[in-house]
Design a protein around this ligand. Sequence first.
Ligand SMILES: [Zn+2]
Length: 375
Amino acid sequence: MDPQNVFCPNPECPARGQLGQGNIGIHSQKEQRYRCHVCGKTFASRTGTAFYRLRTAEETVTRVVTLLAHGCPVQAIVVAFGLDERTVQAWQARSGAQCRRVQTHLVEQPRDLGQVQADELWAKLQGLKVWMAMALQVSTRLWLGGVISARRDRELIGALVQKIRACALPRPLLVCVDGLATYVKAVRQVFRDPVPRDHQTGRRRLRPWRGIYIAQVIKQYAKQHVVGIKRRIVQGRRAAVQRLIDRSQGEGGINTAYIERLNATFRARLHRLVRRGRGLARQVPTLEHGMYLIGAVYNFCTFHQSLRVRCLGRPDRVGHRWHERTPAMAAGLADHRWSVHELLAYQVPPARWTPPKRRGRQSKATQALVTHWCT
Ligand SMILES: [Zn+2]
């Protein structure tokens, strides 16, 4: 147990989420509990991880979750490990929720995206049909997130574009999509900021972000085969679009190849995590957990061949020709490939404490807490 690398998870505590402040001590080695000297509460070392309150060994859970994340059918795991199906489903749900926390905390942060590709996949999952819309940053191959729905409608696309915006800094951004007109509307609607109001009346005006480019790849089908591809720029100048493409993928033209490749991975893996004969409403949470699990393992735990870089003059890599990287490493979110155990045990710190709102002036004691913990 190492109190230096632990923060207080208590939402009421002024020291919540802060590392290395010396406020954590060991409460019990045997029970693996820490104590926070600021709020006086004790907490388990596995609070906020996928292992919290599980009795099974972490190693077994990790192994099962690794299999799930790579599309191993639940039934196979049940037989191989002698587990109850409900146990496996529960671990999948837990780890999915954990991966969602990690994804939101680390990936859904504003960054200079350059080029993003978005696409929807239509999956037939054991008798039910779903649409899953996902987005990827091209230069790092980072999966930015996905949305699941029964219909491929404005809501689905709107929710996905909101996710892209959550990951974007206001810098030049190229969004490459398929021929679905909904994207164009959604991108134009979502990438806007309110104009500072100069008078009190009237509706608040919204100003579109500058440097948002939209390109479409429209595939023409005949008898389910692609017979032609049309590429067009819906918004922005050609030279600027090409600059963003060159910057993010090195070469090539307008395409959606990277996201299509990722979609295929997801489709193959997600397919087996769904139970036969269940309605969509009951399956959506399962699907979401599965999607986050697959996505986070892809982002943090999987080397991507196209992301490797030559090791030239790196003293720590003597004897290696290539330095392999995961999408998270390429995006600067990690300095090594995470193991699935690291992903499941990662503790997402809560946001900094803010004092509860009260009428009147703050007491001296509260002021002292604010100066110590909030500045
Ligand atoms: Zn505390």
